[in-house]
Design a protein around this ligand. Structure first.
Ligand SMILES: C[S@@+](CC[C@H](N)C(=O)[O-])C[C@H]1O[C@@H](n2cnc3c(N)ncnc32)[C@H](O)[C@@H]1O
Length: 256
């Protein structure tokens, strides 16, 4: 099943500030933040991350036995709620550091929790996924598309591995709908977020990057256009937390 390597992504436009020319630097940055990734996330999202993940599960609507891909799965925090539905989940990421933490987390669940599904961890690049065409019933990517050096290539690759009639859900930071929230959020992103994340994680550089990458990310309608442009059908989105996050859904058309 394996094909492609870890750092063979094509180059994109300038979506991401200073790391956009170097997938290896992106992977290294996630290796470095991996030990504190989940705790920092919970702090920065003020606990909202859990509700966003539950919304992803509802939007993807997995059926028991379906095979799902969670691309750029990181520590598998986005994968486990999917597996809890009884679906089989492949969690794929190119950061060995994030996967090491995923291994611990998935192992702990397998040791006796109530989550009934299964998660398999695979190292791989979202821009050159190590899976056959049409391999998955549904694919999803949470807070990962923005981090790939070429989001359009990632969406095309996700479509390649989805069966005709299969589904896509993208969960990403977005543009708050109300002007007041937009202003407060921008201040939070550029001021509070790097400082808090730096204090909790002991590193500030990655979170400066995080803030800039969110600020430069397309709006909800622009992202919908990009998804459509890569061949996905029936593209729609809904805002979460006032548009701080958006879920984009799409289908892969065609005959099975
Ligand atoms: C912000 S984390 C999101 C992790 C997880 N999906 C979640 O919701 O917590 C972004 C992840 O994208 C991964 N990533 C970025 N570009 C990638 C690529 N081209 N291929 C595979 N993983 C990638 C990083 O290694 C990192 O684990």
């Amino acid at each position: 099943m394996l094909r492609g390597g870890r750092h063979n992504g094509a180059m994109a436009g300038s979506l991401i500030a200073d790391l956009d020319r170097d997938p290896a630097a992106v992977a290294d940055m996630f290796d470095a933040v991996a030990p504190r990734y989940d705790i920092v996330n919970d702090c920065l999202s003020l606990g909202q991350a859990r509700t966003w993940r539950a919304a992803v599960v509802r939007a993807l609507a997995p059926r028991p036995g379906e095979l799902l891909l969670d691309a750029a799965a990181g520590t598998a925090t986005s994968s486990l709620p999917l597996a809890a539905t009884g679906a089989r989940v492949i969690a794929c990421d190119f950061s060995q550091g994030m996967l090491a933490h995923a291994r611990i987390r998935v192992g702990r669940i397998a040791d006796g929790s109530d989550q009934s599904g299964s998660v398999q961890l695979i190292a791989g690049d979202t821009l050159a996924l190590p899976f056959a065409d049409h391999a998955f019933d549904a694919v999803t990517i949470s807070f990962g598309l923005r981090n790939t050096v070429n989001p359009a290539a990632a969406l095309t690759e996700l479509r390649r591995v989805t069966r005709p009639g299969g589904r896509l859900v993208v969960c990403e930071f977005a543009t708050p709908v109300r002007p007041l929230l937009r202003t407060v959020y921008r201040e939070y992103l550029m001021g509070v977020l790097p400082a808090v994340a730096g204090a909790v994680s002991g590193r500030s550089q990655p979170y400066g990057y995080l803030a800039r990458s969110i600020r430069e990310w397309p709006s909800q309608s622009e992202l919908a256009d990009k998804i459509r442009a890569t061949g996905w059908d029936a593209v729609a989105w809904r805002n979460l937390s006032g548009g701080i996050v958006a879920l984009h859904r799409a289908c892969r058309g065609g005959v099975r």
